[in-house]
Ligand binder design. Structure first.
Ligand SMILES: [Zn+2]
Ligand SMILES: [Zn+2]
Length: 366
């Protein structure tokens, strides 16, 4: 079978012939890969950035955002059946730390986890994949057209879930599971993860304001507005004016990965507010922040800032549920999040593809 592989550390990617995997234990599942989404991580890998080949291999099959169809299951598998749409999660635990031993490899303490398509484990940019059933999640047919968004959606879900759980824990009786309803939230960076977060937050009844630097009438703000959110262009509005414009902001979801913006946004956070950062900037110059004001504000307003990466199986499940709810509520609008589909024969075009209107480019394997 074919696969898209890189030599970690060296630029470029190639289509290789690769041994088709087989089920070797009663708890394994085999999927035919249908689609694999591309994100900044893949583009970094193919330019020679962060990636590790599996032990004993000189190359790495890339791809971590997948959708497949079950074609075979081991005798003990009950979570999925042949014919089902399904996704595999990305991270595999270190097998040593408490987090990983409790199925929370997203919170791994040792850093010795592996990740399919990124760190020491072949990925999903290929025709067939096999893995253990504990890493598979069924995708309902009604959400299959956007099932490939399950992985980026899981990242958004974890961040939102953590914010809600923190508020439930500390606000006690004055917060509940519906805490997001009616709250003002800012989503900074409305790429794939930001728009998926906006979608999940709109499903929870939040008033969403997206912040980015693209023109108001371009594709991404247009989708945000049709989801019921509003848009502010950070080139035209000062970030430090957001608090005056918006009033009490309860939650900020950061997905831009721009340090100056990330720290400037703290100013907009309201009383008892929670701020989750998910963007990972590359190396850059130090940023300047009004330290005294920021620190005083955080203390006097009981604010929380946290970082969030990766996601657990639970967040994949929550994400797939939200994708299904979103399809029911907004129909084909949600499909517009997938902006480009390119067959694996033309994978180089997909990896090179860059446009400010691009949200999610997907490589198809059917
Ligand atoms: Zn990704
Ligand atoms: Zn671990």
């Amino acid at each position: 079978m074919k696969a898209i592989a890189i030599t970690p550390g060296a630029p470029g990617a190639e289509l290789i012939e690769f041994q088709e995997p087989e089920i070797k234990s009663p708890t394994q599942v085999k999927l035919q890969v249908l689609e694999v989404g591309i994100c900044g991580t893949d583009r970094e890998e193919v330019t020679g950035g962060r990636a590790n080949a599996p032990q004993g291999s000189g190359h790495l099959v890339i791809g971590h955002e997948m959708l497949g169809r079950v074609i075979e299951t081991g005798s003990e598998v009950s979570a999925v059946r042949p014919g089902d749409f399904a996704v595999f999660t990305v991270r595999r635990g270190c097998g040593k730390c408490e987090a990983c031993l409790n199925r929370r490899s997203d919170l791994c303490y040792t850093g010795d986890y592996t990740e399919r398509g990124i760190k020491s484990r072949h990925g999903f940019e290929t025709e067939f994949v096999v893995d253990d059933a504990q890493y598979v999640i069924k995708v309902p047919e009604s959400a299959s057209s956007i099932g490939v968004l399950a992985e980026p959606m899981s990242v958004a879900q974890k961040a939102i879930d953590e914010a809600i759980k923190i508020q439930l824990a500390r606000l006690g009786k004055i917060a509940d599971e519906e805490w997001m309803a009616g709250k003002k939230v800012i989503v900074a960076g409305i790429g794939a993860i930001g728009l998926l977060a906006a979608l999940a937050l709109r499903l929870r009844g939040a008033e969403v304001t997206g912040v980015d630097i693209v023109e108001e009438d371009s594709r991404r703000p247009s989708i945000l507005k049709r989801l019921g959110g509003s848009y502010l262009n950070a080139k035209k509005v000062a970030i430090t004016d957001l608090d005056d414009r918006l009033g009490q902001v309860d939650f900020i979801f950061e997905a831009a990965g721009v340090p100056q913006l990330g720290f400037d946004l703290i100013d907009a956070l309201g009383i008892n507010g929670v701020y989750v950062m998910t963007g990972i900037p590359g190396e850059g110059k130090p940023v300047c922040i009004p330290g005294s004001d920021t620190m005083a504000q955080m203390v006097l307003k009981n604010q929380i800032i946290l970082g969030s990466v990766n996601a657990s199986t639970l967040h994949f499940e929550m994400g797939i549920k939200d994708l299904e709810r979103a399809k029911n509520r907004w129909g084909n609008l949600v499909d517009e999040l997938i902006t480009t589909r390119i067959h694996f024969d033309n994978f180089e075009k997909a990896l090179d593809f860059r446009s400010s209107d691009d949200i999610k480019t997907v490589i198809t394997w059917k």
